[in-house]
Design a protein around this ligand. Structure first.
Ligand SMILES: NC(=O)c1ccc[n+]([C@@H]2O[C@H](COP(=O)([O-])OP(=O)(O)OC[C@H]3O[C@@H](n4cnc5c(N)ncnc54)[C@H](OP(=O)(O)O)[C@@H]3O)[C@@H](O)[C@H]2O)c1
Length: 252
């Protein structure tokens, strides 16, 4: 594993830092994704529910970057249970791609989880997704699945840090992907401000770097070009183990 990527069970490698696109629609989704790709992001997170797959697909094509160089995640909503194959086919059509890199069940369905998961795995086996995972799942919901997902995308920030959750994912061979790294944080917290000052970076960059130090995937969203660039610039500094431990403490 290089510093900026993680290899999922089964061998698919993904960049640890990706671009989040929730609440970006229409022109904003297109422009922000184009800006992210030109800034250097090679991992985009979307979902059927976000209603922006077509704009993201267009941004990817217009970027001129080869499809295989961009890691694309999309998600199926729980209420599409029973219509898994048509849902991924619609996502692929909207994105204008032959496969996604990662397909996630967005939220656990109230009923029929094992059957839904079997269909998701079957779509992977049919070559429509390179690998498959889940989102917003508890460890016990993961244990209901006959084949463990490669990854679980959950709310995660220094203020959510819980060593038990992290260990539960590790024990199952499930990579933790965190969402809403900023929305769930107090960007003015003195601990983050102190670490940021020590490295001449911003508290937002400290949060993203903290995910990287833990090997956690993180997908910050921004429509602001300067923030899009700054959020990717987290490889020119590193946190010390002591700083990581202090930041972990914000979660307790
Ligand atoms: N699986 C799920 O259920 C789920 C749920 C939520 C999110 N997600 C995914 O995770 C992604 C990220 O989460 P999110 O969109 O909820 O929130 P987020 O990335 O934590 O925060 C986005 C907010 O932070 C601001 N921001 C961005 N960069 C900043 C910086 N450097 N300094 C200060 N503020 C900054 C953005 O403002 P501007 O845009 O105005 O710059 C925006 O208001 C989503 O886009 C989506 O892809 C998944």
């Amino acid at each position: 594993m290089s510093e900026n990527s993680v290899t999922l069970r089964g061998g698919v490698t993904m960049p640890l830092l990706g671009f989040g696109t929730w609440q970006l629609t229409g022109r904003k989704a297109y422009d922000a994704t184009r800006a992210a790709l030109s800034a250097g992001y090679r991992h985009i997170d979307t979902a059927t529910m976000y209603g922006n797959e077509a704009e993201i697909g267009r941004a990817i094509r217009d970027s001129g970057i080869p499809r295989e160089d961009i890691f694309v995640t999309t998600k199926i909503q729980a209420d599409r249970s029973g219509r898994e194959r048509e849902t991924i086919q619609a996502s692929l059509r909207a994105l204008g791609v032959d496969y996604v890199d990662l397909w996630l069940i967005h939220w656990p369905p109230r009923r029929g989880l094992p059957a839904m998961w079997r269909e998701v795995v079957a779509a992977r086996d049919a070559g429509l997704a390179r690998t498959v995972g889940v989102s917003n799942f508890s460890p016990s919901q993961i244990d209901e699945l006959d084949e463990a997902p490669v990854l679980n995308q959950i709310p995660w920030s220094p203020f959510d840090y819980d060593a038990t959750v992290k260990a539960a994912m590790e024990e199952r061979g499930v990579v933790l992907e965190g969402y809403s790294p900023f929305k769930r944080s107090d960007l003015r917290h003195p601990v983050l401000a102190g670490v940021a000052d020590a490295h001449g970076v911003t508290p937002a960059q400290v949060i993203l770097r903290w995910h990287i130090e833990h090997g956690t995937v993180v997908i910050p969203k921004s429509v602001t070009p300067e923030r899009i660039t700054a959020n990717l610039d987290v490889y020119s500094f590193a946190l010390t183990p002591a700083e990581v431990t202090i930041i972990d403490g914000l979660g307790t």
